[in-house]
Write a protein that binds this ligand. Structure first.
Ligand SMILES: Cc1cc2nc3c(=O)[nH]c(=O)nc-3n(C[C@H](O)[C@H](O)[C@H](O)COP(=O)(O)OP(=O)(O)OC[C@H]3O[C@@H](n4cnc5c(N)ncnc54)[C@H](O)[C@@H]3O)c2cc1C
Length: 566
């Protein structure tokens, strides 16, 4: 079992092994107190102590007469021990905000069954390039992501869109710079989207392949039999389709209101509904995307041929399946896209480091039992490398528990706690990274001279007669004239690769057993407080599964935990 211990350097050596069976400080203190009061004290010692006390009192009275009164230090309470199940960005955010906003540094013990920190944030390195295998990018409206990246001084890379400072590897610090989502007025964000669309249009015109409006330097939408002329016709349409841009502007305004009105450091929300009420965001989660866009006068062609493919790439759902929130979040990804230059999981590592968390990897939490008498929790965990999981179980007693993973996939047995959680359906993705010379035009029934678009999106539903992939995307150049591509799909695509690519050097597949929950239009969400002192982050993923949402959830639960131990 690997134990990553993030704490001050001098205490690092104490962390080379997994957390030992529980001897919680609070329990230990109570025992000492009991011993003190029951053990008889010899009479001479007692007399000596009394004399000493009288002397001290006399000195204090004398001092008080000469100098101003000293502040009496308040008794320091034993810090709580807080367990976090899940070393992804949600768990990291919880630990970080507990430490930085609530004075609870070095209180978190973190368990993850995987052998790395980051959960669904994971990357590989190909020819010195960071290639994300899971959560890829965040956009300007993601205020907390930008804040964290700045606070932790992490280098960023700009994936899409424009922004002077970001191109230099950082988010801008002043209001003058145009790529600072924290301070950018909403109309600027919409303006950025317009600029982006015009950019795409111009590129398409410049490339001028003449093949149904598709060119190598842009986005193409593949129907399975032909191309939708996205850039030259649809982008035009989108630019003049005021319904779409107004819907997006309205969404961004309400989203910003949500951040401003919510004071989650002092008055955290206790339900997802309560969160959505800030900025009236329920209107986006209680209706399907197609109904919403119909109601806002968005042309059917724009819905079907542009918003639908973008939604499919981001959340693998179609307009009649997803709620409007999911579709609008997907559209924000067109504004711009940033990621951590060294890999998004580095942000999570930095969060735990700043929090002084003790992180146990390859440690699966198997059960969580509530002790009614002592009002604390017994976590049972086992190394994923164990040959005998029954015999090798370990235990730890904690005061609070935070579940930072979708409950549907934790396989935890809860004892003495009744949970009321309705399970959700999840999307399952395969992420295939291919290093090849090029994408083969023949796969798309095109001539060898045809330049396949950088991103090939698809329109078909994920079941039935679908294309085998959701998206085929050029990511970066590799060495010796090779290129790196990424495919999202619902199944293995290995057998299709030889037809789809020319001269494959290597490929690798990352299977995500759960990618994200389906974003169904609803008014019923799983709870945040599963039971007293047992908190849960990933109900928030039903609004949108994104790094920012996990951070919002972690920041909020940190405040709930802090309030509960105050
Ligand atoms: C392919 C893909 C692409 C994505 N693209 C984007 C994107 O571009 N932008 C964006 O913002 N988001 C994206 N996302 C979503 C984003 O990655 C997730 O929403 C986010 O990373 C979730 O973080 P989390 O900490 O809440 O959960 P997770 O990262 O899933 O962390 C939960 C952790 O809990 C651990 N765990 C579970 N049960 C137990 C147990 N019993 N004991 C111990 N450990 C346990 C798991 O091993 C896991 O590591 C993408 C996700 C995927 C998979």
């Amino acid at each position: 079992m690997t134990v990553w211990c993030y704490s001050e350097p001098q205490s690092r050596s104490a962390c080379t092994r997994a957390p030992s069976p529980a001897t919680p400080a609070r329990h230990h203190q109570m025992t000492m107190k009991k011993q003190t009061s029951t053990m008889p004290m010899p009479v001479p010692t007692l007399a000596l102590l009394l004399l000493l006390l009288l002397l001290l009192l006399a000195v204090q009275i004398a001092n008080a007469a000469q100098s101003p009164p000293l502040l009496t230090p308040t008794a320091t309470a034993t810090p709580p021990r807080i367990a976090i199940v899940g070393a992804g960005i949600g768990g990291g955010a919880t630990a970080y905000y507990l430490a930085t906003k609530h004075g609870l540094a070095n209180t978190t013990v973190v368990f993850d069954s995987r052998d790395y920190i980051g959960g669904r944030l994971k990357h590989t390195i190909i020819d010195n390039q960071v290639i994300e295998l899971g959560g890829d990018a965040y956009a300007s409206p993601n205020i907390y992501m930008e804040e964290l990246v700045k606070e932790l001084n992490l280098p960023i890379s700009l994936r899409r869109g424009s922004g002077g400072a970001a191109a230099a590897g950082r988010h801008s610090e002043s209001l003058d710079e145009n790529d600072n989502g924290v301070s950018t007025p909403i109309d600027n964000l919409v303006a950025k989207l317009k600029v982006r669309l015009i950019e795409l249009q111009a590129r398409a015109q410049k490339a001028g392949s003449g093949v149904q409006g598709v060119s190598g330097d842009n986005i193409g939408i593949w129907t399975g039999t032909g191309w939708i002329p996205l850039t030259l016709t649809l982008l035009d349409h989108l630019l003049s389709d005021t319904g779409t841009l107004e819907s997006l502007a309205g969404f961004l305004i309400r989203l910003r209101e949500n951040y401003v009105l919510r004071d989650d450091l002092t008055t955290p929300f206790k339900t997802v509904d309560a969160f959505l009420r800030f900025g009236d965001l329920e209107m986006y989660t209680n209706t399907t995307a197609d109904t919403f866009f119909d109601g806002h006068g968005v042309a059917k062609a724009t819905q079907q041929d542009l918003i639908n493919p973008v939604l499919r790439v981001i959340y693998d759902q179609s307009l009649d399946e997803s709620h409007a929130f999911g579709a609008l979040v997907s559209l924000t990804s067109l504004i711009d896209a940033y990621s951590i230059a060294t890999g998004n999981s580095k942000l999570v590592e930095a969060l735990f480091a700043a929090a002084g968390s003790q992180v146990s990897l390859q440690s699966r939490v198997v059960s969580i039992a509530y002790h009614r008498d002592t009002k604390n929790w017994n976590l049972t965990y086992v190394s994923t490398a164990s040959q005998d999981p029954e015999a090798d179980q370990q235990h730890i007693i904690v005061d609070r528990v935070v579940i930072a993973s979708p409950l549907e996939y934790t396989s935890i047995l809860f004892i003495n706690t009744s949970l009321s959680v309705t399970p959700r359906q999840f999307v399952h993705w395969y992420v295939t990274i291919i290093v090849a010379k090029s994408v083969n035009p023949a796969y798309f029934n095109e001539q060898p001279s045809f330049v396949v678009p950088e991103a090939v999106l698809t329109t078909q539903p994920k079941s039935g007669n679908a294309t085998v992939f959701n998206v085929v995307q050029y990511i970066a150049d590799a060495d010796n004239g090779y290129h790196i591509y990424k495919i999202f799909s619902n199944d293995w695509v290995n057998s299709t690769l030889p037809e789809l690519f020319v001269d494959i050097r290597e490929y690798d597949v990352q299977v995500w057993p759960y990618t994200f929950p389906e974003l169904v239009a609803t008014t019923k969400f799983q709870p945040i407080e599963l039971s007293p002192d047992l908190f849960y982050l990933n109900t928030m993923e039903s609004i949108a599964s994104a790094m920012e949402v996990s951070v919002i959830a972690g920041r909020n639960v940190a405040a709930l935990v802090a309030k509960s131990v105050a």
